[in-house]
Design a protein around this ligand. Structure first.
Ligand code: ACO
Length: 378
């Protein structure tokens, strides 16, 4: 199969949620530079920004934070379903299944036209995905899940629900930066998948399930856990050079978390996450993993192959270290990506609602005029 360049030159929508200049490494959300938002803004403010194209005032922020937290509980039947899954089920498969099941409990699931209703559903799903992620982390270890608290933000609630203890402010701040950085990113594969589903007139949950399904792949959001597995496989800083020689120079393997369809220079999110990864790695006593990541990135960036192809660390590369130093299971890294990207997916879904069916063409290159013969004679 030829893939016609992965649609890389196709422009499929006019959007106002984000702008990316891949040649200069620029990313903006609704007019604001990502560098200004990352360190100063809560994830809930980004949710508000993406839906309303302006930042909230204090009262609007408090109201949205409370709404998301109050609606974050998930039905007992969904928890039961999660408990019934075979051990070792990939966390992204659990998330995909749980979100699909949640639609059966959503009173407005089949309201396909009202954008305010869609926004309310999206807020609910944002909190519920946070709860699913934390619950699965515990269920997978044979622990009882913990209910969300109405007084916490998304970042705080997630960390609270993983341990039941008051979340550490430094960890909450780092997770919040992560959630802000991954919330929205133009017409990426998972967002496009969500828009295609929405353009058929289907419902929000179906569109988000499509987004989760596309994000799961290692060429997209699945790269964060694959990057961490690679760092663990390398094991020690002194192994970086021989590992690179054996696995990458031989042309056998790609470095996960490096390369991007749009960024042909630094991914601005990677630079911000690198700073947080270093600080967290230092404070958590996991400095080694950060050093391996930096060493491998520098080895790649010094190599002609990576220079000629403009391959730089992407958002998944250092987010692997951030999430690892927060003591999250590697299998949970991509669900954490979804916990953030629900913001962008939903904003795109609401924008797409009522739009035309997305239906490109394919170029038929197969045979014609073959003579049909009955099955008994084939
Ligand atoms: N390691 C080694 N070589 C690479 C890498 C890599 N990580 N990425 C791309 N290349 C090479 C390819 O082999 C190809 O070489 P060639 O021209 O000799 O054939 C060239 O660079 C271009 O690669 P494509 O796959 O054509 O680029 P594309 O834009 O289709 O792919 C992608 C982008 C999928 C992200 C790719 O860079 C990759 O596989 N990276 C690793 C996985 C990853 O990190 N994914 C997360 C992306 S960010 C996100 O989705 C959130």
């Amino acid at each position: 199969m030829t893939d016609r360049g992965g649609l890389e030159e196709a422009v499929v929508a006019d959007i106002t949620t984000s702008y990316i200049d891949g040649s200069t490494g620029e990313l903006i959300y609704c007019g604001y530079a990502i560098e200004d938002l990352a360190e100063t803004t809560s994830f809930e403010e980004i949710l508000f920004l993406l839906y309303n194209a302006r930042l909230p005032n204090q009262a609007e922020y408090e109201a949205l934070r409370a709404t998301v937290a109050q609606d974050a509980a998930i039905p007992a039947a969904v928890i039961q379903m999660m408990k019934s899954l075979p051990s070792g089920t990939p966390a992204m498969a659990v998330l995909r299944t749980a979100v699909s099941m949640l639609s059966a409990f959503e009173p407005d699931a089949e309201n396909l036209t009202d954008k305010d209703v869609a926004q309310a559903k999206a807020f609910r799903l944002t909190g519920q995905i946070t709860t699913i992620c934390a619950a699965w982390m515990r269920i997978a270890k044979g622990q009882a899940p913990i209910c969300p608290r109405p007084d916490l933000s998304v970042a705080e609630n997630f960390l609270y629900m993983t341990t039941g203890e008051e979340p550490d402010p430094t960890a909450c701040a780092a997770l919040n930066v992560y959630l802000v950085l991954l919330a929205e990113h133009g017409m990426n594969a998972s967002t496009f998948a969500s828009r295609v589903v929405t353009a058929t007139g289907s419902d929000l949950h179906s569109a988000i399930v499509a987004g989760i399904s596309a994000l799961k792949g290692p060429s997209h959001g699945g790269a964060n856990s694959e990057a961490m597995k690679m760092f663990v496989e390398i094991g020690e800083v002194e192994n970086v050079a021989p590992w690179f020689e054996k696995n990458v120079k031989s042309g056998k393997r790609r470095i996960m978390g490096i390369g991007h369809r749009v960024y042909k220079s630094n991914d601005p999110r990677a630079g911000i996450l690198r700073r947080h990864a270093e600080a967290l790695a230092e404070s958590s006593g996991k400095r080694k993993w950060f050093d391996i990541a930096v060493n491998l990135a520098e080895t790649a960036r010094a190599d002609d192959y990576f220079i000629q192809r403009n391959l730089y660390p992407n958002v998944d590369y250092y987010s692997a270290i951030v999430l690892y130093t927060l003591d999250l299971d590697i299998d949970m890294f991509t669900p954490l990506f979804a916990m953030s990207r629900i913001a962008g997916w939903s904003a795109h879904v609401i924008d797409q609602m009522g739009g035309r069916l997305i239906r490109p063409k394919a170029n038929y290159v197969g045979p014609r005029g073959l003579k049909w013969i009955p099955i008994s004679e084939r």
